[in-house]
Design a protein around this ligand. Structure first.
Ligand code: ADP
Ligand code: MG
Length: 154
């Protein structure tokens, strides 16, 4: 399976990608969201979580200070932001393993997780382009990539 590369023209396109990924999501999935500050990691995560919740108005704060926010949904979701994590060992107390056992995990700043992430994670890299555009690259295990392709209808 080759990586998927998508051009996102604006914020709405990023939100639509989040919704498409929500439809492909399965319990046990780990989505690693890479990209600079302001790339759109939280925007994508928020759209995905709201879609799983079937609630477009659901409050989805960035877990910048709490490091993790959990959502008890059809698929339970734990949304991590590891920008401020001091040590990857903290992920044990933050409940990463339980979260992966219970449902799906979204992780911003996965490069701060050391080797704590499952090898089967789905890597989502967002690069900024001109104006509001972004380029996103998705890569992961074949089965997950096939689900995502189906959801994106590509
Ligand atoms: P991150 O979590 O990666 O730091 P956020 O999602 O919190 O980023 O913020 C992204 C910011 O960029 C928001 O202010 C959003 O309105 C803006 N933005 C502009 N264009 C896009 C786009 N195509 N995708 C996502 N966010 C965008
Ligand atoms: Mg963020």
């Amino acid at each position: 399976e080759l990586p998927i590369e998508i051009a996102l023209d604006d914020e709405r396109a990023t939100q639509r990608l989040g919704q498409d990924l929500a439809l492909a999501l399965r319990p046990g999935d780990c989505l690693a969201l890479r990209g600079d500050l302001g790339a759109g990691k939280s925007t994508l995560a928020r759209a995905l979580i709201r879609c799983i919740a079937a609630d477009p108005g659901l409050e989805v704060p960035s877990p910048t200070f709490t490091l993790v926010q959990s959502y008890d949904l059809r698929i339970p979701i734990a949304h991590f932001d590891l920008y401020r994590i001091a040590d990857p060992d903290e992920l044990v107390e933050l409940g990463l393993d339980e979260a992966l056992g219970d449902g799906a995990v979204l992780i911003e700043w996965p490069e701060h997780a050391g080797d704590a992430l499952p090898s089967g994670r789905i890597l989502i890299e967002i690069d900024e382009g001109p104006e509001d555009s972004r380029k996103v690259r998705l890569n992961g295990p074949d089965q997950a990539m096939q689900r995502i392709r189906r959801s994106l209808a590509i």
